[in-house]
Design a protein around this ligand. Structure first.
Ligand SMILES: [Fe+2]
Length: 366
């Protein structure tokens, strides 16, 4: 079969355009020429070398695949279609399955147009009609490498974008946590008796939840809910918060409003965290339905809120409040156990007592 590469000189410019070893994993920017016709192969190699690319020549698809497997990806490959052994199409399929980003240009005769189209469908980037001229080779080589470069850059951009989105998400979460801590500090500045209460409740709740099998994100939600459960007290009058004596019915109603108010304050920030909002709203519900604000009963109360209810009560009992002195940890635990099933979730009380088997070490100093 007569094959001719008609060389036209001039215009060669060296480049390794935009294809770095780091991006491709190839050992260097090179071109692999696969053709059983030695004259065609060598002529084409000279054209490519004049253009500034190092060339490796092989005479069959089998040799080309062996070379690729041994040495890794080569950025550009120009392959004949009709060769002894495996055909150019078979080589193309196999080569792209090894290295999907390799830029492959097929060498075709006039009668091979339909085969060339098939090659494009498989993944070749272009084809060159024989006999080829140097300028056309250079133009097709440039175009193929530019396409490959674009694909690699897009992929790099995509993966970089994903990591930037993850970083942004992490920063958003951190700024939410910072905002939460500011809110908690604002509350604790207003109500000196609850100083450290939110942090203790968060820690007690997490350890209790671990006993109930909570892990990962669910623990993080519990922790956040514990930190924020009383945030609605920002809207409670200080005279009521710090009143030393018993509350009047009106004052009691006023302070009860901190649950729903807390949910309303946080909803714009935590709309995607219904668990945390559920803790804030429902941490004063009781198993027997005599709690507030919704008089929920039993399992209708979110489990996370039932946990926070237990540890909130424990911490309230074991720290001094405006209206009464603290009780001992043993007394407080006995009170929780006495009210398990009616006021508190019995499983949550059990988990709390397992989490803090030596209750005398409490309250934690935060
Ligand atoms: Fe509360």
């Amino acid at each position: 079969m007569a094959r001719a590469v008609r060389l036209k000189r001039g215009g060669g410019r060296g480049y390794l355009r935009g294809v770095s070893t780091a991006q491709t994993g190839a050992i260097a920017a090179r071109c692999l020429i696969v053709d059983d016709d030695t004259k065609v192969r060598q002529s084409l190699a000279r054209v490519i070398e004049v253009h500034g690319l190092g060339v490796i020549q092989v005479s069959s698809g089998v040799d080309a695949l062996a070379l690729l497997r041994e040495n890794g990806e080569i950025p550009l490959c120009i392959s004949d279609i009709h060769m002894p052994g495996i055909s150019g199409i078979e080589f193309l399929r196999e080569a792209l399955s090894l290295y999907p980003d390799m830029a492959v240009i097929m060498l075709t005769g006039v009668s091979d147009v339909s085969t060339a189209v098939e090659c494009l469908r498989i993944g070749a980037l272009d084809y060159l009609n024989k006999p080829v001229v140097a300028e056309e080779v250079w133009a097709r080589v440039d175009k193929a490498l530019e396409k490959r470069d674009l694909v690699l850059k897009n992929r790099f951009y995509q993966s970089n974008l994903e990591s930037r989105v993850r970083e942004l998400d992490r920063r958003n979460k951190q700024s939410l946590i910072n905002g939460v801590q500011t809110l908690v500090h604002a509350l604790e500045a207003k109500d000196a008796y609850t100083s450290g209460h939110s942090a203790r409740v968060a820690r007690y709740a997490v350890k209790t939840a671990v006993q109930l099998g909570f892990t990962g994100d669910r623990l993080e939600q519990i922790r956040l809910g514990g930190e924020l459960h009383d945030i609605g007290k920002i809207g409670t009058r200080e005279a009521v918060l710090n009143k030393p004596g018993p509350l009047s019915p009106e004052e009691f109603e006023h302070i009860k409003g901190h649950t729903a108010l807390g949910e309303r304050i946080l909803a714009p920030f935590l709309g995607e965290s219904p668990v945390v909002l559920g803790i804030v709203r429902s941490h004063h519900e009781r198993m027997d339905g005599h709690g507030f604000p919704d008089n929920l009963t039993g399992d209708a109360i979110p489990i996370e809120a039932r946990i926070v209810s237990v540890v909130d009560a424990f911490d309230a009992m074991t720290t001094n409040r405006a209206y009464r002195p603290s009780r001992t940890p043993h007394d407080a635990l006995e009170e929780l156990q006495r009210c398990a099933g009616s006021h508190f979730d019995a499983a949550a009380v059990g988990a709390f007592s397992r989490a803090f088997s030596d209750v005398s070490l409490l309250p934690l100093s935060i």
